[in-house]
Design a protein around this ligand. Structure first.
Ligand SMILES: [Zn+2]
Length: 306
């Protein structure tokens, strides 16, 4: 099992085997329709590509600067999250360990607010990425919202180690490895990861959020040059909702911690030394890069503190 990323997102084997089965059917349909579309394309000479979004060298420089700030803030912050490659090397913690007990309490306390913030972030992103006019959008979003609202419980799990997961067989529960629970020391870090998992739950076994994942992945791919499709697009969107949720959380809970530090907590578990990737996830540092590219408000908040 690849253990690189913090959220293994074992969205149940059932979902994947189901996807595997229907993928053949979809492939057949696609192959049969591809020829028709190809013909149309040739006949009409139509071009469906949109103008490329501008992203200047200065913007790119700001992304790299923001990554530096995030990882420096993490190192200085007593509530800084443990990087996920560091978590991987740690021994599992018992359920009674004080950091695990306080982590469970933190997660359970923040679950209601995280649910509300995820729902408003999904509405906001649907408008930003212009998928709110798509057919059946409201029905799809409402199904996701109902699933998110039904989540009630955080379940600590020793064997899950440095992962958080959702299993569609128990859709009211987010399972958290004890190392992960102990490694997220701030409310902001916890809201971000809870939000990530809630988006997976919202998508559920019927992929109702797929149009959003596709739109986010496409934009992120265009702006970064990284390959962000399919599961990678879903994972990045989960992280994006996490950082949006934290931005709202920070705005609603003012305190004396500097803004860059609070915002950094939403993403700093990606400040790894060993930057590995797999098919389903960008590497942690490329996740940081992609997030800070597609979320200009996060980028500016971290670099300029406003
Ligand atoms: Zn995930």
């Amino acid at each position: 099992m690849n253990q690189m990323t913090n959220e293994k997102c074992q969205i149940t084997n059932g979902k994947w085997s189901f996807r595997f089965a229907i993928s053949f059917v979809i492939l057949a349909i696609l192959l049969s329709t591809a020829a028709v579309f190809a013909q149309k394309e040739t006949r009409n000479g139509s071009h469906t590509s949109r103008p490329r979004e501008a992203f200047s060298e200065a913007d790119r420089g700001l992304v790299e600067e923001a990554i530096g700030v995030v990882c420096r803030e993490r190192a200085r912050d007593e509530r800084g999250s443990v990087p996920i490659d560091d978590m991987q090397k740690r021994p599992s913690l018992p359920l009674q360990a004080p950091d695990v007990v306080s982590g469970v309490a933190r997660a359970q306390r923040l679950l209601p607010v995280a649910k509300d913030l995820v729902i408003s972030s999904l509405r906001q992103l649907s408008a930003t990425y212009k998928i709110d006019q798509a057919r059946f959008h409201s029905a799809r979003l409402n199904r996701a919202i109902a699933r998110i609202q039904a989540v009630k419980r955080i379940k600590p799990d020793i064997d899950a180690r440095d992962n958080a997961s959702v299993f569609l067989k128990s859709p009211h529960t987010i399972t958290f490895g004890t190392i992960f629970l102990a490694g997220l020391r701030s409310d902001e870090g916890m809201v971000s990861v809870l939000a990530h998992e809630l988006v997976h739950i919202g998508d559920g076994d019927t992929d109702v959020l797929r149009p959003l994942f596709r739109a986010v992945g496409e934009r992120a791919s265009n702006l970064t040059g990284l390959r962000i499709h399919e599961q990678r697009a879903e994972e990045l969107t989960c992280d994006l909702v996490g950082s949006l949720a934290v931005q709202s959380f920070v705005a609603g809970t003012p305190n004396y911690d500097p803004l860059p530090r609070r915002l950094a907590r939403s993403v700093e578990h990606n400040c790894v030394e060993e930057d590995d990737s797999d098919e389903e996830h960008l590497s942690p540092r490329n996740t940081l890069r992609a997030l800070l590219t597609i979320d200009g408000t996060l980028r500016r908040g971290i670099v300029f503190g406003k």
